[in-house]
Ligand binder design. Structure first.
Ligand SMILES: Cc1cc2nc3c(=O)[nH]c(=O)nc-3n(C[C@H](O)[C@H](O)[C@H](O)COP(=O)(O)OP(=O)(O)OC[C@H]3O[C@@H](n4cnc5c(N)ncnc54)[C@H](O)[C@@H]3O)c2cc1C
Length: 424
């Protein structure tokens, strides 16, 4: 097994998660986050890095190491990790519940943290103010700002690109992001004690993978529109799951279902790093939330179901207390939800986790580096995979690696060109 030791290798071997922590550490004059030619958020190198700079980045980069959460007294579930509390629920505020990706759990918890004075701000991502198809980082100090960030952005974000500036500001803030973003923050906490002092709450969503921005531009083309004319775009929300929605400056509207978006567009543009991710379920977070899908014949259905319901898990004692306090304060409502229901509803995460060991074997055989997954039970999960599952994961990654399809453009190359994308 070999881990990458340089930023260039992390990016070019498809291991970068796109979080932006490297820009935050070294400054954007050294490594600036931009959309790469493949449409992922990647550091673009302005000059060769010194050894000390490489080491500083490698200490925190989740492309190198995603070690798993701190040990807990509760034995972790093989797939879903440590669960100090598991329930289903939603935001009690109707506007939050409606606008949000699912039931507004993450938004409601963030609002509660701000309004109860637990934090001064929330670091998260929202829609870019200059381009409704892209995203930007927000440091929200108001309820309105947090609510404006509700919803899932299935595309590149770099939520940690300004985290050092936020820490330098001295304020306490919560963080909301993907599991890999939170894993990076936990890595940072090991070398910067301010993280534990100033970021007392880290919230994440379940994540099946994050696609290239090319997927978004392809949806616009599929609707027959020019991306320059888009005035509003969302992937879901405004109902549950809510359609993917586009409105042009001229007022033309288009919609497609959640399944059309995922299975006709996004699935084909996921980054390689997501295919070897051993933590789609937010094990490093204090609280993680996902969809609590309506089940049809034992399988999750993604059909429109009105008011959204989340399932949520507290991973830490602090997260468990946060949920309890937010229920008492009336920000969220919750009901019982069992481990058996979770296993049936989110079996896609079981499949994904069981495949990682075999995908890594495909990389190892071809001499490719991959992240150190530490305590994320990759071997334990992998040994529970059936022979067919093992073979397909191994063979697929081996072929991908031999064809160099895990590779990405060098850190010195140009940026994404929307008009050059092809329809997937
Ligand atoms: C890339 C991606 C993959 C996902 N895969 C799954 C899955 O496999 N299974 C599942 O059940 N749910 C998945 N979801 C999560 C789901 O869409 C909901 O976010 C989750 O159910 C929480 O719902 P909510 O109503 O509480 O969120 P909201 O209250 O709407 O809050 C969402 C929060 O997520 C933040 N956010 C949105 N997009 C991003 C992003 N790209 N990067 C960082 N932060 C972001 C927003 O800033 C906001 O704070 C995924 C979401 C994303 C972005």
């Amino acid at each position: 097994m070999r881990v990458a030791e340089r930023v260039e290798e992390i990016v070019e071997r498809g291991l970068c998660t796109g979080c932006g922590a490297c820009e935050s550490l070294l400054g954007k004059d050294v490594l600036g986050m931009e959309l790469s030619p493949e449409g992922f958020m990647r550091p673009r190198r302005r000059r060769p890095l010194k050894i000390s700079e490489q080491q500083a980045v490698m200490q925190v980069c989740a492309g190198r190491s995603q070690p798993g959460p701190a040990p807990s007294e509760a034995a972790p579930h093989r797939i879903f990790g440590t669960m100090l509390h598991l329930a289903r629920g939603h935001a009690t505020d109707r506007q939050i519940r409606f606008k949000s990706a699912t039931g507004g759990m993450l938004t409601a918890l963030a609002v509660y943290l701000l309004e109860s004075g637990e934090v001064d701000a929330v670091l998260q991502v929202g829609v870019s103010t200059s381009n409704p198809l892209e995203n930007e980082v927000r440091f929200n100090t108001t309820r309105a700002g947090i609510v404006a960030c509700a919803g899932s952005r299935y595309g590149p974000t770099a939520p940690l690109k300004d985290v050092h500036a936020a820490l330098d500001g001295g304020r306490r803030f919560a963080f909301v992001g993907k599991p890999c973003d939170v894993a990076t923050l936990r890595n940072l906490a090991r070398v910067d004690p301010r993280v534990d002092r100033q970021i007392p709450y880290m919230l994440a969503m379940f994540c099946g993978g994050n696609p290239s921005i090319a997927a978004t531009y392809n949806i616009v083309r599929r609707f027959g529109e020019d991306h320059r004319e888009v005035d509003e775009f969302r992937y879901r929300g405004h109902g549950w799951p809510g359609p993917t929605y586009l409105r042009t400056r001229q007022g033309r509207e288009h919609r497609q279902t959640y399944d059309e978006t995922w299975f006709s567009n996004l699935t084909y543009e996921l980054m390689f790093r997501c295919k070897i991710c051993a933590d789609g379920v937010g094990e490093h977070a204090d609280v993680v939330a996902g969809d609590c899908w309506v089940m049809d014949n034992g399988k999750p259905s993604h059909r429109e179901a009105g008011d959204g319901w989340n399932m949520h898990i507290a991973r830490t004692e602090r997260g468990r207390q946060l949920i309890e306090d937010a229920v008492v304060a009336g920000y969220i409502h919750e009901e019982p939800f069992s481990v058996a229901e979770l296993e049936a509803m989110h079996d896609d995460h079981g499949t994904k986790k069981r495949s990682v060991l075999w995908r890594l074997a495909g990389l190892a055989l071809t001499g490719q580096p991959f992240p150190d997954h530490g305590a994320l039970r990759v071997v334990q999960a992998g040994l529970a995979a059936g022979w067919r599952e093992r073979w397909e994961a191994f063979r697929g990654t081996l072929a991908r690696s031999l064809k160099r399809r895990n590779r990405e453009s060098p850190v010195t190359s140009g940026t994404f060109a929307p008009d050059a994308t092809t329809i997937s």
